[in-house]
Design a protein around this ligand. Structure first.
Ligand SMILES: [Zn+2]
Length: 94
């Protein structure tokens, strides 16, 4: 299977996928939908890019908050809150 991650950038003499690719495949990465090769490229990028690591952390927290909100059925907040947060993040990165 051909890797969908095609755009690369150079850093310290090595090839890495770009930040844009990381953002594009973030959801696939978190849902373990990447091929082993893609996942490796993804993690190699994260190893040298603190800004993407920070973004990933925020993203994970948001998804987690969304799940917590969904779980609390008696909570006053509507269950759509998590979805709205994720949507806002997706719009912010576009
Ligand atoms: Zn990056």
């Amino acid at each position: 299977m051909k890797s969908r991650i095609g755009k690369t950038t150079h850093y310290m003499g090595e090839e890495f996928i770009t930040c844009q690719e990381v953002l594009t495949f973030l959801l696939e990465y978190l849902s373990k939908d990447l091929t082993p090769e893609e996942e490796q490229n993804f993690e190699r990028h994260l190893a040298v890019c603190p800004s993407c690591v920070a973004y990933l952390k925020t993203y994970k927290q948001t998804v987690h908050l969304g799940r917590v909100a969904l779980r609390r059925e008696t909570d006053a907040r509507p269950p759509e809150l998590g979805v709205e947060l994720v949507r806002a993040i997706l719009q912010a990165r576009a």
